[in-house]
Design a protein around this ligand. Structure first.
Ligand code: ZN
Length: 432
């Protein structure tokens, strides 16, 4: 197979001489649609697709849903819309007061970690001291692992570390369910407390979140799923640099989401998938992977044959054009199957060249891999030197549309024997 043939297959054409004539036109059409979708998802008016801001990210979700509709996807099991909605609980400090030895402690010198709405403490809990010269992290972990109410007395020599920790604690916590956890008070002082009076409040709220999911039911194996995914959330608004404060996330991961949309359109046209294809744009990847975690509980991992997670395919890889890499390559024979299906083309999939970066664990594939699914991420990012990563400059202008289109075509071709039921990748085990 050659490059032209790749294009013809992707465009869903019958391979005849007319294919050769139409090849260039079809290719341009494919590129144009890739550009249109990617440009829309990474536009300034999407405001960085922050999963914590339902209204704002809802705009991106609606756009993806409208593309799924154009493709003709069906709704995922039990849903009446493309949105797969769920809620996340957030716990955030609402302030209060702390008195130690009868004296009011200034706000900068303490922080409270708790999941209760009202915290009132008038008896000193266990005191753990972090003294001058101690290893802060080791001591901190020791205190947290105690798993009971505690006061961590931090020596004033750790002022800057303390301030960082306080900021971290006060950003609050997120979870599917608020579980009661010990109340831990951090106090910056050189004086051991004799008495305590703490009154503290937390605000617990429900944050609506949603993945966008659509399916193409399988012809002969409808209960076997092949998942194509990317995350559509990004990191929102950052501190302004050169008047720009919007983190557009064109590469991360509007590029992967664009691929999911294009693959949906491609396979919908082909109409020959024996297994059920699931196309999903995940939310909240950037803030803890809540979208993929929720999704993974809505389908049976045993019936999930493979997951093609697509992350950051917008720029040329370290190996040049017409290739991408697969994270966790050695963990199943998924990569080998993809490579076999690409034989004769100029496109190549490589094993992840950045093992030290732990990329296998840094995207939504890891959640399904933990459940045994051969779930891998396909990427072309030069993560070790990528200066645009998580910056306001990850914009449409830095995207190589031609190369993205080739990567999407290669995914379509390389997944062929998996969606036809001919190949079943080996299961993944031992993912922590
Ligand atoms: Zn990403």
């Amino acid at each position: 197979m050659n490059k032209n043939l790749i294009r013809c297959l992707f465009a869903g054409l019958i391979i005849t001489s007319s294919c050769m004539v139409q090849q260039q036109k079809q290719s341009n059409t494919a590129q144009d649609d890739v550009a249109r979708v990617l440009k829309t998802l990474s536009a300034d008016d999407m405001l960085g697709r922050d999963a914590m801001k339902p209204e704002e990210i809802g705009k991106a979700a609606d756009f993806i849903a409208s593309e799924f509709k154009v493709a003709g996807l069906k709704y995922f099991d039990g849903l009446k819309t493309y949105r797969q909605s769920f809620e996340i609980k957030t716990v955030k400090s609402a302030g209060g007061s702390l008195m130690i030895n009868g004296k009011m402690v200034s706000k900068e010198n303490y922080a409270v970690s708790s999941t209760e709405e009202n915290v009132n403490i008038s008896t000193l809990p266990k005191i753990i001291e972090i003294k001058t010269g101690d290893n802060f992290n080791t001591k901190y972990r020791e205190a947290v692992n105690l798993n009971e109410d505690a006061l961590i007395l931090v020596n004033e020599s750790f002022k800057s570390t303390f301030t960082r920790f306080k900021g971290f604690i006060e950003r609050g916590s997120m979870s599917f369910e608020v579980k009661k956890s010990p109340n831990v008070i951090f106090l910056l002082s050189n004086e051991v407390p004799q008495t305590i009076a703490l009154m503290h409040k937390n605000t617990i709220s429900n944050l609506p979140m949603f993945n966008v999911v659509g399916i193409l039911p399988g012809k002969s194996k409808p209960n076997e799923y092949v998942v194509f995914s990317g995350h559509y959330d990004h990191i929102g608004i950052l501190k302004a640099s050169n008047q720009d404060s919007i983190a557009n996330g064109a590469d991360d991961d509007a590029s992967g989401t664009t691929a999911v949309i294009q693959l949906a359109k491609h396979f919908a046209k082909e109409k020959n998938n024996e297994r059920t294809l699931v196309f999903v744009a995940f939310t909240a990847e950037e803030i803890g992977g809540y979208g993929s975690q929720y999704f993974s509980k809505q389908l049976n991992p045993e019936q999930t044959i493979a997951m093609f997670n697509i992350e950051m395919i917008g720029k040329e890889s370290k190996f040049g054009l017409n290739n991408a890499f697969i994270t966790g390559y050695e963990r199943s024979d998924f990569g080998k199957i993809l490579q076999k299906n690409l034989e004769g083309t100029i496109f190549k999939f490589y094993p992840d060249p950045y093992p030290a970066q732990n990329l296998f664990y840094r995207s939504d594939n890891a959640t399904l891999a933990r459940l045994g699914v051969p779930a891998h991420t396909i990427s072309s990012d030069q993560i070790d030197t990528d200066k645009l990563y998580h910056s306001v400059d990850d914009e449409f202008e830095s995207m190589n549309i031609g190369n993205i289109t080739e990567i999407i075509k290669a995914i379509a071709i390389s997944s062929k024997s998996i969606i036809s039921g001919e190949d079943t990748p080996t299961r993944i085990t031992g993912v922590k």
